[in-house]
Design a binder for this molecule. Structure first.
Ligand SMILES: C[S@@+](CC[C@H](N)C(=O)[O-])C[C@H]1O[C@@H](n2cnc3c(N)ncnc32)[C@H](O)[C@@H]1O
Length: 266
């Protein structure tokens, strides 16, 4: 059972969905979805993607979303009903670290977004995604590389220390985005494509929320990585930049797509 170090609720995920709208659409494109297909979203959250997937698969298809959080599953189910797609969309509460409860070769395509950053062993979940996907089916994973997050500030040393705290102490696997190419190769997937995504922030308040900066600063303080005086200096530098209208931060992620080979047994 993996414990989330940073809990994200459905409101947070709604904000993130807005920031990532284009990248989400790109993951659907890379799944090469056709009407009538059976699709899987692993770590589906509140149904942010299962509902668009259901629209692409159509009423003759089937979409399953799995997530271990009961509140996410309840919200996903509510949203599917409101969107009128619930007859062919199902959300199941499952801890994916214990495996995916589907037979081999069940799905035409599957995806996972920003789940691997929470997993100590993402390779096990990727292997399960490959197992339950049909031969030739596409697997698409989007994840963040929290180690690339940067904020323009004169307090560069504090900023670098906080970036490491965010990546290494606030998430189980904060470097997930940079690992995806290796994981796809090691999983034996073929026709692998790699794309990177970048998210800029010029809105200080939004940046704090999206990057859970309150949580990161508190963790850094309690771990002795920064002192209270350094925290004050750091905050003052960001607030000054915001007040002057020059605040800037960014971070990157990756989208990997690959196919389960047609012939070999995985
Ligand atoms: C950052 S959210 C992304 C949600 C969704 N993919 C999206 O893009 O909106 C990560 C999701 O992974 C789920 N999750 C984390 N660990 C999990 C596990 N072991 N099994 C299943 N779901 C898990 C969380 O509950 C959360 O909904």
């Amino acid at each position: 059972m993996s414990q989330l170090k940073v809990y994200v609720d459905s409101d947070y995920l709604q904000m993130a969905a807005h920031l990532l709208q284009g990248s989400k659409q790109r993951t659907y494109d890379l799944m090469h979805i056709r009407p009538g297909q059976r699709l899987l979203d692993v770590g589906c959250g509140p149904g942010t993607d299962t509902i668009p997937l259901a629209e692409l698969a159509g009423a003759g298809g089937e979409v399953i979303g799995v997530d271990n959080d009961a509140a996410m599953i309840a919200e996903a189910t509510r949203r599917a009903e409101a969107a009128g797609v619930s007859p062919w969309v199902e959300h199941q509460q499952v801890d994916v670290t214990t495996g995916l409860l589907f037979p081999d070769n069940t799905f035409d395509a599957c995806r996972s977004e920003r789940l691997f950053q929470h997993l100590f062993h993402p390779e096990q979940v990727l292997a399960e995604m490959a197992r339950v996907n049909k031969p030739g089916g596409w697997i698409v994973v989007l994840d963040t590389d929290h180690g690339t997050k940067s904020i323009d500030t004169p307090e560069v040393d504090i900023e670098r220390r906080l970036a490491r705290v965010a990546t290494e102490r606030c998430l189980n696997n904060g470097y997930a985005g940079r690992q995806l190419y290796r994981l796809f190769k090691q999983a034996g997937l073929v026709e692998i494509s790699v794309e990177t995504i970048s998210i800029p922030f010029t809105d200080y308040v939004l940046c704090r929320q999206a990057n859970f900066l309150d949580r990161v600063e508190a963790e850094a303080l309690s771990a002795g990585v920064i002192t209270p005086t350094e925290l004050q200096r750091w905050r003052a530098s960001l607030e000054r930049a915001a007040a002057e209208g020059v605040f800037f931060a960014s971070g990157t992620g990756a989208i990997l797509a690959g196919r389960k080979p047609e012939s070999t047994k995985m």
